[in-house]
Design a protein around this ligand. Sequence first.
Ligand SMILES: [Zn+2]
Length: 326
Amino acid sequence: MKYKKIDINEKLIGDGFFIYGWDETDNEIHISVKSVGKQIKCPCCNEPTSSLHSNYHRKIQSVPMKGKRTVLDVVANKYDCLNDNCSNKVIVEPLPFAAWKQRRTIELDCLILSISCFLSDEGTSTILKTIGINISNDSIRRLREKLEFVDDPDIEKVGIDDVAIRKGHTYATAIYDMEDHHLVALLDGRDKNTLKEWLQNHKKIKLVSRDRASSYATAIEEVLPNCIQVADRFHLLQNLLEYMKDIFKDALPSQIYIEDGVILEEEPEKVTVPVSVDDKILENLNYDGSDPLDENGNIIEFNKSSTDQNDPNYIKQAENRKKNRT
Ligand SMILES: [Zn+2]
């Protein structure tokens, strides 16, 4: 089979940038990336320009390759704004893979944030280190604190749900836009008053899909009495299953005895089947019926209380087991 070499630059780095170098040590991979000259628009006056002013260097940590810390060594361009009336003289080319002044790629930040949803900052930092991402727990916390939610005071349809941040330790109230499901707000806690406060500034809401928490229901009722409240399918089903579990618990006994495919009304009596031992087998084993002896010649006492059903110990244990069941 013949393999065709393809240019992966565009797919790997993004439009307008190409890889021109690759350096690998035991612990690190450095990828040299350069911008291709292009026409960009001035963010101030919107005038297009391709007049190169200079270039600038940025080192950006990326998602690791081969378990090694991976750094993009980027040379990007600065352009002149050619509009005489514009106050902006130099335009710094934005990078498609990293936000302005960020030392990590957007992709890497997303990965860090996703893992930190399930672990403590310290745990996240330790796990990430094993796959070649160096970030302190303080930096993880700062990254999370910088998350911004774009709120819309004119929003009309929202979904409200309580979410556990850090596996059951801290709760928050998440509010989503029902149209595109983007997160509008993440409120501390899951009590009625926090939600009420938020709803006061979003009086255009006509429809809320919420979870089963009654505190949310009363908050909505009090602030937006005309708003339609709906429970989503997931929560309805969860409700139904919980009720059914209670019904089954009440209606069914804790133990069900089935004999020949028929459910018995009562616990059947225990049948003890005596086992007869074939003498021939014992003879073959050279068993003479004498007590076993330890290395000092003392008789090893055999405690048969667990197998002899007439032993007082066995009877007592059986009664205890029965008591614990009911
Ligand atoms: Zn301009």
